[in-house]
Design a protein around this ligand. Structure first.
Ligand code: PMP
Length: 405
């Protein structure tokens, strides 16, 4: 049994009040809160072991380099990558996808080639491919969703052609909560000899990830959604792909030798890490992963699933409640509308009661279009949320619904 009250004590922000009410933070799919151990790690790094990595022979620089490389190995173990150099540090999911689009695009995509994505993608997994449509004349093929908010796998299987060069798909939808059958997607794509990028932004906080078991070619995620720092993220890529991909950005660290006649590039992972990396972010993220490991990702998922089910069930008490996304496999995300009320109004009213939910298109406008709506309100859960908070959420929704009628 998890002691959630004790876990809550690790997150000082949870004892805050907003508008004189205890904070009920249900916007975890946007960013999770940060435990004290992670913030302490950042402070300790700046206080005690800050020095630029790689370039120095002095003690502190070597120490900082060692800590950064230990963090890389921790992330490698955490997602079960084969090699530490398959872990590339980025600013987050968005930059990781842009890196692949730019670099894989340059190496492997020709005009007329096709990239398969889905209707439920975050803009971060749409727009980089659209930029390639403009720059390289590639084409995007889109897997539609079913009324339950699952990928239409029949259509997906029919989308492959000799022009298909990449599948890029989200593991868990940030709007619908759908957990996609990514193993099946990867196996299908591999039968066509097509590599697959998995957007793991919403999976990493909730699911055990094993990139080798999945056989993912690329797997990307952000630290800030799994109790880590903002501005830090990961691109996992199989060595066989990364080796053949050109650098994304040029600068220091990513070179082996520079002259005006000819510059040669550093080996993996440094080829993709131009400039001073966020070594403090890396070690803080490693601390966040240790925090998750201490609790156990399965325990986290079980707790979040229980809250999601309880909230889904209690939300039926509200007249006019519409929930978007009823997939059989679902993460800890509930998107909803109440009658004809605008989700912004619902969000603003419950905010005054201390309850933080997200409202808007959730960076998934094509999905909103497919659902025939403009926006939703979205509640999403993390390890520190409680049933009592769900009760406050429901009561606040009831009050908001009554006011908006
Ligand atoms: N993909 C998905 C599925 C997401 O939920 C998010 C964050 N909302 C992103 C990509 C982008 O993540 P980031 O803003 O951390 O780069």
């Amino acid at each position: 049994m998890l002691d959630i009250q004790k876990i809550r004590e690790d997150f000082p922000i949870l004892s805050r009040q907003v508008y004189g009410k205890p904070l009920v933070y249900l916007d975890n799919a946007a960013t999770s809160q940060t435990p004290k151990c992670v913030v302490d790690k950042i402070a300790e790094s700046y206080y005690m072991s800050n020095a630029n990595v790689h370039r120095g022979v002095h003690f502190l620089s070597q120490e900082a380099t060692n800590i950064m490389e230990q963090s890389r190995r921790h992330i490698q173990r955490y997602i079960n990558a084969r090699h530490p150099h398959e872990i590339i540090f980025t600013r987050g999911t968005t930059e990781s996808i842009n890196l692949v689009a730019s670099s894989f695009g340059e190496a492997f995509l020709q005009p007329g080639d096709e990239v398969i994505i889905s209707e439920m993608e975050h803009h971060a997994n749409i727009v980089p491919w659209q930029l390639l449509e403009t720059r390289k004349g590639i084409r995007i093929q889109v897997i539609p969703i079913t009324p339950a908010g699952e990928l239409d796998m029949e259509v997906f299987r029919g989308l492959f052609s000799p022009k298909t060069k990449l599948v890029s798909i989200t593991y868990v939808s940030n709007v619908l909560g759908t957990i996609n059958p990514v193993k099946d997607i990867i196996d299908t794509a591999h039968r066509h000899e097509v590599p697959v990028l998995i957007d793991g932004a919403q999976a990493i906080p909730h699911l055990k990830v094993d990139v080798q078991a999945l056989d993912a070619d690329f797997f990307v995620f952000s630290a800030h959604k799994v109790y880590g720092p903002t501005g830090f993220g990961v691109l996992y890529g199989k060595e066989q792909w990364l080796d053949r991909m050109p650098p994304y950005q040029g600068g220091g660290e990513m070179i082996a030798h520079v002259s005006f006649e000819k510059t040669t590039f550093n080996e993996l992972p440094f080829k993709f890490e131009a400039g001073t990396p966020d070594y403090i972010g890396a070690s803080a993220f490693s601390t966040a992963l240790s925090y998750v490991e201490k609790i156990g990702i399965e325990n986290i998922a079980a707790h979040e699933n229980e809250l999601t089910q309880y909230a889904t069930q209690r939300m039926q008490e509200i007249p006019g409640m519409r929930i978007f996304g009823t997939a059989r496999q679902k993460g800890a995300v509930i998107s909803f509308l109440i009658g004809n009320s605008h989700p912004y109004d619902v969000g603003m009213l419950i905010d005054k009661m201390g309850v933080a939910v997200r409202t808007g298109h959730h960076c998934a406008q094509p999905l909103m279009h497919a659902l025939g709506i403009e926006a939703t309100a979205r509640a999403s859960f993390a390890i520190y949320n409680t049933r009592e908070e769900v009760d406050i959420f429901i009561e606040s929704l009831k009050r908001a619904a009554a006011m908006l009628q």
